[in-house]
Design a protein around this ligand. Structure first.
Ligand SMILES: [Zn+2]
Length: 303
């Protein structure tokens, strides 16, 4: 496997694990979970504390995350300078001198920055020791997050290699979405949430973007004309952009080191508003299970 420290077998096992996780999500019907805006906020929070610093090592209290944390993580990272921090989809990449740490928040993961030596709390599974005074601490009650150490080009890793474009990039535009939707009968909402089509559009944002664009969530992707696809792309950028802007305001809590970075309470138009009047036309917002995810829409505004 190129550049990876995992093998095909654990990947299969992980997919099984992921399917089980998905089932759990369904049971709890969309419990808040880190989405692209939370990951972007985490990135912005960690950057100033990590970039340019040297890692003094790592402390692993619990290896059993979605994939096992490398046994020798401490030795792997110790002495390496952090060259940069970036995001691809919902993955965070810590670029080191000889490799890359690939981090994922899973369903309940979060990082906080604490003074080194501060006592760990429940579910504080891994610490990255940054310089001599700081510790970047990973907490994850449900343990579906992950930490990989990759050698070589991280973008060749199976977890990243097949990802679609970033939703806020120029590559994700109306023409792109319209072109790949040709002859696809899948519902536009499922299409939008497929990370091979575009990364990081979770359930909340898919619901909200479709409302903004006036598109019915169950409409076949292949039956949406180019101008409406363009509107949909703009709507995705708008809802994600607003959430990221909102996330910026939680950064102070994040770096304070106590409490979670939080899930962004933004003004939602349809999500979670079943039977309440549509903000645009007053019709009751409907809730339907679609692909076993909660779908909210206005039957009058969305066609
Ligand atoms: Zn309406």
């Amino acid at each position: 496997m190129p550049g990876g420290s995992t093998t095909a077998k654990p990947l299969d096992r992980a997919l099984h694990h992921a399917a089980k996780a998905d089932l759990k999500t369904r049971e709890t019907t969309d419990a808040p979970m880190p989405e692209l805006p939370e990951v972007e906020t985490t990135l912005r929070g960690l950057k100033p504390a990590m970039v340019g610093q040297t890692l003094n090592g790592a402390v692993v209290r619990e290896r059993r995350l979605r994939w096992p944390v490398p046994r020798n993580l401490n030795a792997l990272v110790r002495g390496q300078r952090v060259q940069g921090l970036s995001r691809r989809g919902k993955y965070l990449l810590v670029e080191l001198q000889r490799g890359t740490l690939l981090l994922h928040l899973g369903m309940s993961g979060s990082f906080r920055i604490v003074a080194s030596g501060q006592a760990a709390r429940t579910h504080d599974h891994v610490d990255l020791l940054v310089g001599s005074a700081t510790c970047v601490r990973f907490n994850d009650p449900r343990r579906f997050g992950s930490i990989h150490y990759l050698r070589g080009d991280p973008f060749q890793h199976p977890l990243l290699a097949k990802l679609g474009p970033e939703p806020l990039s120029a590559e994700f535009n109306g023409t792109y979405l319209w072109r790949i939707a040709r002859n696809r009968r899948v519902a536009i909402k499922s299409f939008l949430m497929n990370s091979q089509i575009v990364v990081g559009v979770g359930n909340i944002y898919a619901n909200e973007a479709l409302f903004l664009a006036g598109i019915h969530p169950a409409r076949s992707a292949g039956r949406i004309a180019l101008p409406r696809m363009t509107r949909l792309v703009e709507s995705v950028a708008k809802v994600l952009g607003q959430a990221i802007a909102k996330g910026g305001t939680t950064l102070r809590d994040f770096t304070a080191g106590d409490g979670q970075p939080g899930y962004f309470q933004q003004a939602l138009q349809v999500y979670g508003r079943q039977d309440q009047p549509c903000n645009h036309c007053g019709t009751s917002v409907r809730l339907k299970q679609q692909g076993q995810r909660a779908t909210y829409y206005c039957p009058s505004c969305q066609r």
